[in-house]
Design a protein around this ligand. Structure first.
Ligand code: PLP
Length: 396
């Protein structure tokens, strides 16, 4: 099948490892050891205990009664917003820091957009007593103040990035630059299913705990361990990859991703990579990239800092190309409306990123008997300022 991963890290034609010479030994060491280390029963036991006692897993699977009534179908929410630090990012950060320790690394770096991955990384670094540098674009620093304060309180150094659009893409460039200068002692904890192989696969595996839990929880609740639809938002694609993971080859399950259309796919203010991207290389990976005709990477835009990335994980590029998964482009306005709706119907304020997944409910007709699992990737506290500015209350 198209999404089978080759040894060189390709999902179909997407993936691989396009890296500067100086990082070759690092990435190669990671590639050679990640499956061995993560497959070790002692590693698994340590990670499982942390996921349970520290992160609060399993995250609940909640039947959203009033939302289901409104859309005349059966909707379950996978509550990643209830994890420690407020999103799915903590599962990957815990996995990678345990891996880094076993590889003898003593310093951690990370990039962050909305700040959730930065917070998760700063958190696990505090937990393990390791120094942590987080690269973050100045634009994101301004719109995600709360997360910057959290990272600093946790002891991380937040380095502002002032080039390009001063968002996630630029922060990632700076993190890679740092890694090139410190290849021997530093592990780079990438926050999504992007970057050179083995990162997309490694991060998907750490997030696959989501679909592992969904299977068990659905079996208990409805007597069958699969839904008709899985829905998740896609930035780099890690919460979606984790949501889909154990169902990838189960044809009974329809997979839906929601990417950020920004002001619309027919404008230049957008981050809808799957709809608008062409094949290219970004941050060490061959995938769909939003670019000009002569191959310059386009500055992405979304109201949601966690989704404005001009690339997408190679797994999703492949799932889109093969038609295995369907991707919707959700505008800022549609996401804001979906966030308001969930808040008023269920008393759950979702992250703006997650609201893109919820907006799929208005884009597609579901049958009354369908079981839909939507991953709420994070909570909305960090987005309160944005919600306030857009008068989200009036949109219900
Ligand atoms: C980071 C983030 C995302 C986007 O990242 P993916 O790798 O696509 O999951 C989505 N939702 C929240 C809450 C996030 O913090």
């Amino acid at each position: 099948m198209d999404y089978d991963l080759t040894d060189a890290g390709y999902y179909g034609e997407f993936g691989g490892a396009y890296i500067p010479e100086i990082l070759y030994a690092n990435v190669e060491a990671l590639r050679e050891s990640y499956l061995k280390i993560t497959g070790d029963p002692a590693f698994k036991a340590e990670l499982d205990a942390l996921l349970r006692d520290y992160a609060g897993r399993p995250s609940p699977l909640y039947f959203a009664g009033r939302l289901s009534e409104r859309y005349a179908t059966r909707i379950y929410l996978k509550r990643e917003d209830l994890n420690h630090t407020g999103s799915h990012k903590i599962s990957n950060a815990l996995g990678q820091i345990l891996l880094a320790r076993r590889m003898g690394k003593t310093r951690i770096i990370a990039e962050t957009g909305a700040g959730q991955h930065g917070v998760a990384t700063a958190t696990v670094c505090a937990l393990m007593g390791m120094p942590c540098v987080v690269y973050m674009g100045e634009t994101d620093i301004a719109r995600q103040r709360l997360n910057v304060q959290r990272m600093e309180m946790l002891g991380a150094e937040v380095r502002p990035v002032t080039c390009g659009s001063k968002t996630l893409k630029d922060a990632t460039n700076e993190a890679i630059r740092d890694w090139c200068c410190n290849p021997s002692d530093t592990h780079y904890i990438i926050g999504s299913t992007v970057g050179p192989h083995p990162y997309p696969d490694m991060v998907a595996r750490f997030q696959s705990v989501i679909s592992e839990e969904v299977k068990r929880q659905l079996a208990e609740r409805i007597g069958r361990d699969y839904p008709d639809y899985l829905v998740a938002c896609v930035g780099g694609g890690s919460n979606a990859a984790g949501t889909f993971y154990h169902y990838l080859s189960d044809g009974r399950v329809n997979l839906i991703g929601a990417e950020a259309a920004g002001l619309g796919v027919d404008t230049d203010q957008t981050a809808a990579t799957i709809h608008l991207g062409k094949q290219g290389i970004i941050h060490g990976c061959r995938t769909l990239v939003m670019q000009t005709d002569d191959g310059q990477i386009t500055e992405p835009y979304s109201i949601s800092a966690g989704l404005d990335y001009p690339g997408v994980g190679p797994l999703h590029a492949s799932l889109a190309a093969s038609g295995r998964a369907e991707y919707f482009a959700i505008t800022d306005g549609e996401a804001l409306a979906a966030a308001a709706e969930l808040t008023r119907l269920e008393g759950i304020i979702p992250a703006l990123e997650s609201a893109h997944a919820l907006a799929v409910l208005r884009k597609k007709n579901f049958r009354p008997t369908d079981v839909i699992v939507i991953t709420v990737s994070g909570r909305g506290d960090k987005d309160m300022e944005t919600f306030g500015k857009s008068k989200v209350e009036s949109r219900i």
